[in-house]
Structures are given as structure tokens and as C-alpha cells.
Write a protein that binds this ligand. Structure first.
Ligand SMILES: Cc1cc2nc3c(=O)[nH]c(=O)nc-3n(C[C@H](O)[C@H](O)[C@H](O)COP(=O)(O)O)c2cc1C
Length: 211
């Protein structure tokens, strides 16, 4: 067994920091936002997850630009208080990757990736029209986490889901079936995985059914 402290991965024999490879697969939150001037922004975040379901709360973790300034998604969400989370189906993986391009503030990655936006019902930011699932979110709060690579900064952005769009095509008999949209997740390095197969397992001493 190898033991190392964060930061000492090279001494432990790793070519690159393997930390993100260990926390995998990570779902990808494809964050749609708008700045105060109504300009659309879209970017993938794999430091992303649901933190509670009642009410549904999601988080995404944002690093900063090399000079410590905030990335556009965080800037917009904090400025306008709204964002969409779009789920990346396997069929959208290349477009998702394209939207991670570092475009200037105010430039639209949705358009850049050849994607169509669709209006949200309750908020201004667009959702990705072809995403199998999109969530409309209101901003709750930001927590800053100490960054060891100063002047860069790390943040976690919290949002409450207030509306959900789901394609009828991914619902089978009242159940949303992941195999239908085949969610793309991030592993370590430049590796990704797609869910193509699932299995069921029930918790001991609890009623069967999703929790
Ligand atoms: C699959 C994938 C996952 C990513 N996850 C993150 C992440 O969790 N946090 C982060 O700061 N950047 C992440 N990035 C990089 C951002 O997408 C990239 O910096 C993007 O330009 C940010 O866009 P924005 O400034 O419009 O928000 C990821 C990129 C890809 C391709």
C-alpha cells in the first residue's frame, strides 16, 4: 500500500495528481447562466453533485482564472441569482467538451458549440434544448475554500432546484431510466465514462424502492 499526503504524489510515484481519478466517476453539471446584460454562458463542471433532495439542492465547485478572478459561470450566478443544470447525455459529449473553451466574458459557448438553447419556465438563463434533463436553479450561497495554488481561488456554489424539465423519451413506466440518456461522467486525467448498464440493489431492513 502506498501512503502519501496531498501534494506529495510525485514522490509517491504518480506522474500527475491522481486525486480526481480516485473520486470518480463524477457527474457533470453543465451550467447555463446569463450575465446582467442577458448574455448566455454554458460550461461543464465535474465538481458537481446533489447535496439534498428535499428540497433538491445542487453544488458546483469552481476554480478561478489563473489570476484569481472568478470564472464566468460563478460571476453570472452570483450576479443574477439564477442558473440551469443540464445533464450530459452520451450523444452530447462533444458539445459539452466544446463548451469548456475559455471564451471571453460575454461570449456564448452554447452558440460556439452549435447548441440550441431553450427558454426556462421560471428563470432567465437558457437550458440546453437537447439535454434529456435540465433543472432551473436559484442561487443560495458561495463558500470559498482555501487554495494552495495562489493567487488562484476555489469556490463551492450552492443552488436550489425550483423546476425540472425531463424528456419523455427517458421515462419508462414512470421511472427515469439512466440507460436511456446514458449520462457522461468524468474520471481522472482525460478519461470519461458513460452509464450503459445498471443493476438494482435494495438496502437491508428498508422497504425496496429508490431513496
Ligand atoms: C468535463 C469537464 C469538467 C470540468 N469541471 C470543472 C470543475 O468542476 N470546476 C472548474 O472550475 N472547471 C471545470 N472545468 C473547466 C471549465 O469548464 C472551464 O474552465 C470553462 O472555461 C469555465 O467556463 P466559464 O468561465 O464560462 O464558467 C471542466 C471542464 C470539463 C471539460
Amino acid at each position: 500500500m502506498i501512503f502519501y499526503k496531498p501534494g506529495d504524489h510525485k514522490e509517491a510515484g504518480f506522474k500527475h495528481d491522481p486525486f480526481k481519478a480516485f473520486i470518480s466517476p463524477r457527474p457533470i453539471g453543465w451550467i447555463g447562466s446569463m450575465d446582467g446584460q442577458g448574455r448566455t454562458n454554458l460550461a461543464p463542471y465535474s465538481f458537481f453533485n446533489a447535496m439534498s433532495s428535499n428540497p433538491p439542492v445542487v453544488v458546483f465547485g469552481s476554480g478561478s482564472q489563473p489570476d484569481g478572478s472568478k470564472k464566468d459561470s460563478q460571476r453570472n450566478v452570483e450576479e443574477t441569482g439564477e442558473f440551469t443544470v443540464n445533464i450530459v447525455a452520451h450523444a452530447l459529449k462533444d458539445e459539452m467538451n466544446e463548451t469548456s473553451a475559455a471564451l471571453a466574458h460575454g461570449e456564448d459557448e452554447m452558440q460556439h458549440a452549435g447548441l440550441e438553447g431553450a427558454p426556462s419556465n421560471l428563470i432567465k438563463p437558457l437550458r440546453v434544448a437537447k439535454a434529456p434533463i435540465s433543472m432551473e436553479c436559484e442561487y443560495l450561497q458561495t463558500v470559498e475554500i482555501e487554495c494552495w495554488a495562489k493567487p488562484q481561488r476555489n469556490f463551492v456554489i450552492f443552488g436550489r432546484v425550483i423546476g425540472i424539465h425531463v424528456s419523455e423519451e427517458v421515462i419508462v413506466d414512470g421511472i427515469a431510466k439512466a440507460e436511456k440518456w446514458q449520462p457522461v461522467s468524468r474520471l481522472g486525467y482525460f478519461d470519461y465514462a458513460t452509464v450503459t448498464e445498471t443493476f438494482e440493489m435494495f438496502r437491508p431492513k428498508t422497504a425496496p424502492g429508490p431513496t
